[in-house]
Design a protein around this ligand. Structure first.
Ligand code: ATP
Length: 224
């Protein structure tokens, strides 16, 4: 079932006196339960595309639909907070809080449905990603890069969203840790029926995705 539809998206940046188009009448529909990778040369517009798809940036032309609703009608801020989670290369965790506090923090900000206390829920969620209690109660800066990325993914899921977007999520990690993180992202698509979209330069990550997309000349095409 379709969760995210990009319709006729165009976006350009002003470059001197010219406008350089990065995305050009781009159309694509993403579905739940699938793990997508987006490849493309540096500067081709992958980050710009995620920013638009994720409601961080407004398309100059075209529309983004989440579950059939135009995200402009939902409101970009509301769409971003309630419906999706981002995973970045920089994990964007609060370093002086513990892992579990980072997860609880986002639950309290964004999730009105889960009643307090969230602490046990957060601990259980982290445990599912291999962050046991002793590690969960450590400050973020005392965790390895791979562990921090797992905390970041758990934090994203604490709000129980169905759409996960990741921009080079394993850029700073070694190959073994990269594989573990990708396995987690893949599991979220396959076992939890989420839609996972990962921007990457890595062919090996792309090889693990269900659908490999390439951003070329402002459009997404499926790689066979
Ligand atoms: N705010 C901006 N103003 C002007 N140009 C920009 C701006 N943001 C991005 N660009 C340019 O738009 C192009 C696409 O950038 P984008 O970051 O989306 O590419 P990318 O495919 O994610 O690249 P990379 O793989 O290197 O991260 C680049 O040439 C970039 O320099």
């Amino acid at each position: 079932m379709s969760i995210l539809r990009l319709e006729n998206i165009s976006y350009g940046y002003i470059d001197g006196n010219n406008k350089r188009m990065i995305l050009n009448n781009l159309d694509y529909t993403f579905e739940r339960g699938k793990f997508y990778s987006i490849l493309g040369p540096s500067g081709s517009g992958k980050t710009t595309l995620l920013a638009i798809a994720g409601g961080l940036e407004k398309a100059q032309e075209g529309n983004v639909y989440f579950e059939g609703k135009n995200v402009n009608d939902i409101g970009l801020g509301k769409y971003r907070r309630n419906n999706l989670s981002f995973v970045f290369q920089q994990f964007n965790l609060i370093p002086y809080l513990t892992a579990v506090e980072n997860v609880v923090n986002v639950m309290e900000i964004t999730n009105n449905q889960v009643p307090k206390p969230h602490y046990t829920t957060a601990l259980n969620l982290l445990d599912q990603f291999g962050i046991v209690k002793t590690k969960a109660e450590r400050s973020i800066y005392k965790l390895s890069g791979g562990e921090q990325q797992r905390v970041a993914i758990a934090r994203g899921l604490a709000t129980n969203v169905d759409l996960i977007m990741a921009d080079e999520p394993t850029g700073n990690l070694d190959t073994a840790t990269e594989q573990e993180i990708i396995k987690i992202l893949r599991m979220l698509a396959k076992e939890y029926n989420k839609c996972v979209i990962v921007v990457t330069h890595s062919d090996s990550i792309a090889g693990l995705s269900d659908i490999q997309l390439k951003l070329v000349e402002g459009k997404l095409t499926e790689r066979m």
